[in-house]
Design a protein around this ligand. Structure first.
Ligand code: ATP
Ligand code: MG
Length: 354
């Protein structure tokens, strides 16, 4: 319990820090310029109406596909303002859970309970059937219930890589990735207060992922997302739900917290940690201490590298949130490549440090 408390507070600290750096980035975002009109606009994403504290729940839900029982009497609850990511191996049942929450899949038994004033928006992993093929990109993006100026709509479209005249393209000619980005723009321009997003970064390139993260960090409603994208999860999720064998386990902390708890739950690997705690038999204590010290130094080095990599990632992310950079595609690519390398190295370091 104490641990949960510490983790929650740590998550809160991390959020405060992120919020601050987001504010800095938003100051820059607020000065986005449309290329064809040398005019500055304020861009604030619309916020949804407030929901009750209990946003959405599943009670005693069972779901099978034929012989395959995915959930048997599952209870699950989402509260207002939670930013949660579902993780778990392929086929674990994440998409099924999100569909049950979204009400797009009926449970075999049990019920789905919607909170007061809750409006749910669900974006599927494959995103079919969300868009009107006969409309233009701009028309479709403006089709939301909210009255928004064309300037704002076009600015947001620009952020999701529909620059200039490309907003007059017909939806039917768009590529899969473009359709997927348009579906996201639509949802961001008229957000419901509970957002359920299945792998939202799949068809996005790095700048669009950054734009999505920025919009979602600012979002005041509840977010439940499935993602395999570590950068996305780390930037957004304050809670993790682990889906495994029909069970959903909540971790009241970020992904790092989830990993730590998982590592603790797993049996210690043969040899290593046991040797450190066991008093050494015989007269080789000195050698062992030396080995321990060398190991400690190695850990220190890795931690330092880890901190540097995190700092560099922040720096690169900040560069990407400056819209001016999108004019230089090679630069954006270079930044993306560097981010990928850093993230791979960080994953290695995290594994090594445990
Ligand atoms: N319509 C369906 N008919 C039959 N089986 C299905 C159907 N949808 C999902 N399944 C099966 O149910 C299990 C859970 O699928 P689900 O899509 O929820 O997994 P997931 O965790 O989202 O996986 P991924 O990470 O690959 O997206 C899988 O074994 C899958 O094959
Ligand atoms: Mg899935």
């Amino acid at each position: 319990q104490m641990e949960d408390f510490i983790a929650r507070n740590r998550a809160r600290h991390a959020t405060a820090g992120r919020a601050q750096s987001m504010m800095k980035r938003l100051e820059k975002l607020e000065r986005i310029e449309l290329p064809e009109e040398a005019k500055t606009v304020k861009i604030r994403f619309p916020q949804p109406g407030r929901a009750g504290v209990k946003a959405l729940a599943l009670k005693g839900v069972c779901k099978s596909y034929g012989e395959l029982k995915v959930y048997d009497s599952l209870d699950f609850e989402l509260e207002r303002g939670w930013k949660m990511a579902f993780v778990g191996r392929n086929g674990a049942g994440k998409s099924t859970l999100l569909k049950l929450l979204g009400g797009v899949l009926e449970p075999d038994s049990g019920e789905r309970v919607l909170g007061v004033n809750v409006k749910v928006g669900y974006l599927s992993q494959h995103r079919l059937g969300h868009l009107d093929l006969d409309k233009s990109v701009l028309q479709e993006a403006s089709a939301s219930g909210k009255k928004l100026s064309e300037l704002i709509v076009r600015t947001v479209l620009g952020t999701f890589l529909f620059p200039g005249d490309s907003v007059f393209k017909k939806v039917e000619v768009l590529s899969g990735g473009e359709k997927s980005r348009l579906a996201l723009v639509k949802i961001l321009l008229d957000p419901p207060n509970v957002l359920l997003l299945d792998e939202p970064t799949t068809h996005l390139d790095i700048p669009s992922v950054q734009a999505l993260i920025a919009a979602l960090q600012e979002f005041e409603g509840t977010i439940c997302t499935i993602s395999h994208d570590l950068h996305f999860i780390n930037s957004l999720a304050e809670r993790i739900a682990h889906v495994e064998d029909g069970k959903v386990t909540l971790y009241p902390g970020n992904f790092e917290y989830f990993q730590r708890r998982q590592a603790q739950a797993a049996p210690p690997p043969e040899g290593a940690p046991a040797a450190a705690t066991k008093p050494s038999a015989g007269g080789d204590g000195r050698e062992e201490r030396l080995r321990e010290r060398a190991k400690e130094r190695e850990r220190e080095k890795m931690k330092k590298e880890q901190a540097q990599a995190h700092a560099r990632l922040e720096e690169l992310a900040a560069q990407l949130s400056d819209p001016a950079i999108y004019a230089d595609y090679a630069k954006v690519q270079a930044i993306g490549d560097e981010m990928n390398v850093l993230q791979a190295r960080l994953a290695e370091l995290e594994r090594a440090l445990g």
